[in-house]
Design a protein around this ligand. Sequence first.
Ligand code: BG6
Length: 478
Amino acid sequence: MEPTNKLPKDFLWGGAVAAHQVEGAWNKDGKGVSIVDVLSKGAHGVDRIITDGVQDDVMYPNHEAVDFYSHYKEDITLFAEMGFKCFRTSIAWPRIFPNGDETSPNEAGLQFYDELFDELLKYNIEPVITLSHFEMPLHLVKHYGGWYNRGLIEFFVNFSRCVFERYQNKVKYWITFNEINNQRNWKNPLFGYCNSGMNYTEFEHPEQVMYQVIHHQFVASALAVKIGHEINPKMKIGSMIHMMPLYPATCKPEDMIQAQQSMREKYLFSDVQVRGHYPRYIEKEWQRKGIQVDMAEGDAEILQAGCADFLAISYYMSNIVDAVPPTDEVNPLFGASRLNPNLEASEWGWQIDPVGLRYALSELYERYEKPIFIVENGFGAVDEIEPGKTINDDYRIAYLSRHIAEMKKAVTLDGVEVMGYTPWGCIDCVSFTTGEYMKRYGFIYVDKHDDGSGDFSRAKKQSFSWYQQVIASNGEII
Ligand code: BG6
């Protein structure tokens, strides 16, 4: 028996990124144009623009990102030096199927991931692979209308089957869709676009369209889980949500009910993907709103046959909700929630709530009794380089350390099964929401800047040796 006051010996410590935020090489070796290749650079409070194709006079940070495509060997050496047991990234779908509707894959794209996974395995680092991390071929949006078109299920399944077959002996841990629930905030065009190639605000009945799109993704995800298990029963295939606990703003019962109902906007996704069926509360909501979701015969059975093996979450912050929200305070990035006056926030307004991580883990584990993988957590900040290339990111160490402490309580005091912990942006990368380089998360600094300057050289931050020690002590020294 393992001691109950410690993390399990096989705990998966590592780091996380996504293909489009690190790789660059946006048009190399036969890769097709991805939806993120037409996302301009934004800033805090300045939206990223979705352009109509790639335009000459627009800056697209994901085109170069941090050039992981050429630097991955050097980067993996650094991950190994930190002691990573796993590394989470995604496969860029358009590297494998440039347009998404081809019948045979692009061999050069497959070869790249073969080499990447071999390099990780050389250091005993398990790849943890997301099939769609805010990526799909742009062609599927332009010619098929994104995930509103049921035909996308087949394209996604073909892509999934292809990579499962190819990497079944290299990749054990898979995640179908990254933060599938972001698009529930349909008023924010970035989320619908990155999740599904959709801009819900353009439709007369945006919520109806959103639920239809989501249904297609639920079916696609469940089919992928089923096919993956048939290809290799040892593969563990999870679903993922962006977990942001919403606390009631006060102890008024009405605020409590509001918090419970708002959390359904997240739980719907894990309820369907982990339990394999739609919960009754959503049927009631659809009836009230007159929403009709087309489901084909056999869809219910598909959902039931493709339940996720584990639930992956990203956790950055919590927010609060009120029955009657003060409209001038709501946080547009996160729907109708607002900031908690009891918590501090990062420069980007992301609140720091380590205790919320323990709360979230217990809530989810008690709901599903399935292992939980924390595949994102981290602190986006501006890092200053001091003389001698020292980067003292003690604020990042403080954030991560406090979250790890609460995660350990969830495991050792509450009995939550946590599979692993992969802090986001373990190497600096392009921010998703703003497209900035200056919002850095890494243990490894990359010399690349928002004005386009920089030579992509890598440097270790203070947090690098701190995290090395965390892993070496299996979380005892934090
Ligand atoms: C998650 C995404 O929402 O948050 C990542 O899965 C993203 O892709 C991360 O990068 C942090 O967000 P941002 O906007 O700070 O990069």
